[in-house]
Design a protein around this ligand. Structure first.
Ligand SMILES: Cc1ncc(C[n+]2csc(CCOP(=O)(O)OP(=O)(O)O)c2C)c(N)n1
Ligand SMILES: [Mg+2]
Length: 794
């Protein structure tokens, strides 16, 4: 063989060329579809094809990807994306078969494989090529990537996990990450890189470097303009562990193949994290359909990009090596074009035909009323004339028509109403399902197993209740692990895990660096791979560092994949009430509003917390649990069935019965309110105290409204800012539960002050609702009701 390549090798190179051409054509036609108005937005992988083909060659069964929107060629190459699926996502086809990544929920270029089946059970991940679900925030794939890699370390090092063969082949899996050069400017990137170096996990990060982040060139993004240059301090050497770092040119096919072979070997075999900096990449069509790069790239740069286009260079190389003739390549290019075009048309047809079915039915209904109502005929004609109509166009037309028919007895009215309610229901499922788990392991299905006590049940510190609960959980299930700052050796700052690292080892209970965002990411990745992480954030006030990743990645995972992936992470933290500006925060409103898709649990003591941990560990929803920071040393009785009892979610507890006013609260405020309630009892006011226990889900059975039916008055109190979680609770009770009709006085809230709580006991007393505040609020309310019986206090 003249070229020195075997026939098989040549065939594989030519197949790669064909794939590169098809992927490029998909980008080109994808962009056109957006400009034709058939898709809303487009972002494509052109200019990044070759490196992805090389990376795909070393991506094996069991491996996982966490990447970003440029990776279409990689997904094609590993066989986890077809051209038709690619276009289906561009059109936002809501069928899960058509777009398995997201069922039309994610914009194009956001990839994912279906890692759980339709019942919510894990598929055989060890036997398949896996991609975690992409998100748009730049660098936000990095925390999850760390966790995906960390799981390999656990599967390799913990022999108890060896039997989970469907999850891992003894930890030999690599987590492949991809990120754009400009996105490496984000803090999350550096945090994840540092953590991977510390943990020594098999994480192979490729940086696709095209010198730009939209219009902003590398000099504005990266010190010295080169990410590999500035990461050299992370490079391992003979005496120090660290990263292996490679640089390679994005248009050099054979160099790319060699580098990825080396990179993967080191990463997989030695569990050493690797960075591959792929330079000199291009963006032939610019960043996205939102703008054109001619606006910010110089003529010289554009000419350079044209000349260094990776497919062009690949073509030159193939010819130069004598692997194919120009004519043969032209033929391949033609075939690629034709195939992409016809597949695109098929995808469009399939997307459109479903929409048309509904629309045709609507057209018939409107037609049946058209003779009697000219406006309805106009609506019908307008809909018929709409170019590329969507589901919303039909719904808008139907809603307009029903207004015209309202109050009229026309047979079309019934048909139209039926059409509207059926289509509404179907669209509800298409666009609004799967915020939470729909599997049999949904946390909402876990039965209540009451805590059992006997004469032997000892009175212990609250922290010991938790410790006993965690010990049982670790004993019961080798997939359970806990990590966080000071979470290992000392067993967390309040000693909930005290002694458990010594008992179960570092693979189960371990310290991490101070890096809240990647602690949660570590949890997300590990949970995606079937483990049961408890990711600890030291204090609630520091959850802000992680709230973005919880919101953008964890909370919306099931939703954005339409139930294709799950990550049942338990994020554990403590807060509400202790000392000062950063150790007493209770920003519950902020949390509730940013992490829908997770459960938010606010146990009033450690026994309730333990019951919730037991519930969550039986379920597959992600959750945040906030323990009371001032409760670890309070005495509680240790239940005899500490490892078994469970507390249902969304079920408030009536802590004290009463008849005059209902007070709704949670967490540390329960004790404050209970103390006030007994003071008020002496003044002749009977208060019913309700602990909501879980803010999400909230009072599923309307226990609070039942109480209001009796008292006709309600006060919501907590330690959040005014209009925070008290407003949320009020909306739930007054609007959702409809309690307004049972009220004889306006509903009230008693939150903390707007500023963060000041330091010291006085700071706490005058910043947060205290026993006297609660007393006054209730008393004033009763004074208004009956000033004779309850004369004004002042
Ligand atoms: C947190 C966040 N900020 C801004 C954006 C908007 N945005 C999308 S892509 C992008 C540039 C990314 O450039 P780079 O990482 O180099 O990737 P490339 O698109 O060049 O492949 C920006 C700023 C975003 N998606 N997320
Ligand atoms: Mg870039």
């Amino acid at each position: 063989m003249l070229s020195g390549f075997s026939t098989r090798k040549i065939a594989s190179i030519i197949a790669d060329y064909k794939l590169a051409c098809e992927s490029r054509e998909a980008s080109i036609l994808g962009r056109k579809e957006v400009f034709m108005g058939k898709a809303k937005f487009g972002i494509f992988g052109d200019g990044k094809e070759l490196a992805q083909i090389a990376m795909a060659k070393v991506f094996r069964n069991g491996d996982h990807r966490a990447g970003y929107y440029r990776d279409q060629t990689f997904m094609f190459a590993i066989g986890e994306l077809t051209l038709q699926q690619y276009f289906a996502q561009l059109y936002s086809h809501t069928d899960v078969e058509a777009d398995p990544a997201s069922a039309g929920r994610l914009m194009n270029g956001h990839f994912a494989t279906r890692m759980i089946d339709e019942n919510g059970a894990f598929r055989n991940l060890a036997n398949s090529k896996n991609s975690s679900a992409d998100i748009s925030p730049t660098a936000a794939q990095m925390p999850r990537l760390l966790g995906l890699a960390y799981a390999s370390k656990l599967f390799r090092n913990n022999p108890e996990l060896a039997s989970y063969k469907e999850l891992s082949n003894l930890g030999n899996e690599v987590a492949f990450g991809t990120i754009g050069n400009a996105s490496t400017s984000e803090g999350m990137f550096f945090e994840a890189i540092n953590a991977a170096g510390v943990l020594q996990v098999p994480m192979l990060v490729s940086v696709w470097d095209d010198d730009y982040g939209i219009s902003v060139p590398k000099e504005y993004q990266t010190t010295k303009g080169s990410i590999s240059k500035i990461l050299t301090g992370f490079q391992r050497n003979e005496t120090e562990r660290g990263f292996e770092i490679y640089t390679v040119i994005g248009w050099d096919y054979s160099a790319l193949c060699k580098v990825y072979e080396k990179a993967e070997k080191v990463c997989r075999e030695e569990h050493v994290p690797v960075i591959v900096h792929v330079q000199e990449m291009t963006q032939p069509q610019g960043h996205s359909t939102s703008g054109s790069h001619e606006r910010y790239k110089s003529k010289e740069r554009l000419a350079w990009e044209n000349e260094h286009d990776c497919i062009r260079k690949f073509r030159e190389w193939i010819i130069q090596q004598g692997l194919a003739t120009t004519e043969e390549l032209i033929e391949i290019e033609k075939e690629a074009k034709a195939r992409v075009k016809s597949t695109k048309e098929q995808a469009w047809k399939s997307f459109n035909s479903e929409i048309q079915t509904d629309q045709l039915l609507l057209d018939q209904i409107l037609y049946s009323a058209a003779e009697d109502f000219t406006e309805i005929e106009e609506i019908r004609i307008a809909l018929k004339k709409t170019i590329n109509p969507l589901r919303m166009d039909a719904m808008i037309a139907a809603k307009k028509a029903i207004r015209i028919l309202s109050g009229k007895s026309h047979p079309a009215r019934t048909d139209l109403n039926e059409w509207i309610s059926r289509v509404k229901k179907e669209n509800e499922d298409r666009f609004n399902s799967h915020l939470l788990s729909t599997s049999e392991w949904s946390a909402l299905n876990v039965d209540h197993i009451p805590a059992e006590y006997s004469e032997k049940s000892p009175l212990v510190d609250g922290r010991e209740v938790l410790q006993a609960c965690f010990r049982e959980a670790l004993q019961r299930d080798p997939r359970v692990l806990a990590f966080g700052e000071d979470g290992g050796k000392v067993g967390d700052v309040n000693q909930g895990f005290a002694g458990l690292q010594a008992k179960f080892g570092e693979n189960r209970v371990t310290d991490t660096g101070i890096r809240e965002c990647t602690i949660v990411g570590q949890g997300i990745g590990a949970a995606l791979r079937g483990l049961r992480p408890i990711a600890e954030i030291q204090y609630l006030d520091y959850l802000l560092y992680a709230i973005q990743i919880m919101s953008d990645d964890l909370a919306c995972l099931q939703y954005r994949t339409r139930g294709g992936q799950k990550a049942p992470v338990i994020v554990r933290t403590r807060g509400h009430r202790l000392e000062g500006v950063w150790h007493a925060g209770s920003p519950m409103g902020m949390i509730l509003h940013s992490i829908r898709g997770m459960h938010v649990l606010v146990p009033r003591d450690m026994t309730q917390a333990a019951g919730f941990y037991n519930t969550l560990l039986k379920s597959d929803d992600p959750a945040l649990i906030i323990e009371c920071l001032n409760g670890y040393r309070l005495k509680e009785r240790l239940p005899d069935n500490i490892g078994e009892f469970t507390i249902p979610l969304g079920v408030p507890e009536v802590l004290k019965e009463g008849t005059d006013v209902t007070i709704v609260t949670y967490g540390s405020m329960c004790r404050v309110v209970m103390a006030s309630a007994s003071d008020l009892e002496q003044a002749g006011i009977s208060v019913e105290v309700i602990d909501v226990q879980t803010l999400l889900p909230f009072d599923k059975n309307h226990v609070i409204t039942e109480s209001i039916k009796k008292t006709n008055r309600v006060i919501f109190t907590d330690e959040d800012v005014p209009g925070g979680a008290t407003a949320f609770m009020m909306q739930q009770v007054i609007e959702v539960q409809g309690a307004f009709q049972y009220l004889d006085s306006p509903p009230l809230t008693l939150p903390a002050r707007e500023h963060r709580p000041a330091y010291g006991s006085d700071g706490d007393y005058f910043s947060k609702p205290n026993q006297e505040d609660v007393y006054d609020k209730v008393y004033d309310l009763m004074c208004e009701v009956d000033p004779v019986k309850f004369p004004p206090l002042s």
